[in-house]
Design a protein around this ligand. Sequence first.
Ligand code: G3P
Length: 240
Amino acid sequence: MKLFIDTGSVAEVEEIATWGVLAGATTNPSLLAAQSGDPGERIQRICEIVGGPVSAEVVAEDPETMITQGHALKALHDHVIVKVPFSAAGLAATRALADAEIGVNMTLVFSPSQALLAAEAGARYISCFMGRLDDVSIDSAQVLEGIVDALRPPGSPAPWIDDGALVLAASIRHPGHVVGAARLGCDVATVPGKVLRQMLGHPLTSSGIERFNSDWESSPSLGRWLDGLVAGTPAGAASR
Ligand code: G3P
């Protein structure tokens, strides 16, 4: 499962992109509104940093304006994926944008039947909001499982290969949502920075590193040995 970052903040993308785990990013009107600076420049900068698909959302209610906004967003950068909220108008806009070879992320999808319609309209990504389902006591894992099974019945080809619709888990609230989405066979999870940082932590990892370091430091000859080993390498020689 690929990991995208869910944010409107260039600084957050810059920070987490250094980990080497990001395959893309998603924004939405709320995330963009929560940050300052020109939204177009921010979307372009995020595209450059992640070097992969970046979703930017249309905000109209009629298909014609959605399509016009979609083309304008796509013109910002080749990595832009146009995010379209689910509705009948959204389906019509998705079909038109897909026919124009503009990738669409159909968002605010909350059921397998909506997901089937989005896939048939040509959406490349289908975003199901786990956190918002849980907020209203609907089991998000069950809904997501239904969407994956509906779009990918047993024996169907892998969507990364046949350009089929990719299931994107969104509205992620904690690391359990990310692991759950992976286990259910989702293709992508878009994760807020806060949750990505939470995924780093484990007490045994921290205590293990501490112990290795203190054991190593308890015998300085080991440090000298490694310094010597490094000094003997071209990189080591270059760093001196
Ligand atoms: O970007 C879409 C989605 O991930 C936002 O979800 O519930 O955190 O606003 P939420």
